[in-house]
Ligand binder design. Structure first.
Ligand code: ZN
Ligand code: ZN
Ligand code: ZN
Length: 103
């Protein structure tokens, strides 16, 4: 667990994020459109894009970061609350911030 102040020491992007609404409830929309499977989901913290993780065939979360420059995602897996910054390659949990999706 980290405070916002601790995160700011290793990542300058937390203040760019804002409350977002996920653009999907439980799937990677781009994989679903292709008829492909995904492994885990990530949610962009700047626009709410939901995409699949790097263990998935299509890596749509990383593709979204590459295409848009949006730096931060959170796990969109039920019960998971970690954040990841692509630019700084840091993973952290934030004090007082629970999972995007409950168990
Ligand atoms: Zn960062
Ligand atoms: Zn996908
Ligand atoms: Zn985004």
């Amino acid at each position: 667990m980290a405070t916002r102040q601790q995160v700011r020491e290793v990542c300058s992007h937390l203040d760019d994020t804002r409350p977002v609404s996920p653009d999907s409830a439980d799937r990677c929309p781009e994989c679903a459109a292709l008829g492909d499977q995904w492994v885990h989901l990530r949610e962009c913290q700047q626009c709410g894009h939901v995409g699949c993780c790097d263990s998935s065939k299509n890596k749509h979360a990383t593709a979204h970061h590459t295409a848009t420059g949006h730096p931060m995602v959170r796990s969109f897996e039920p019960g998971e609350s970690w954040w990841f910054c692509y630019n700084d390659e840091v993973v952290f949990d934030l004090d007082g911030v629970g999972p995007v999706r409950a168990d």
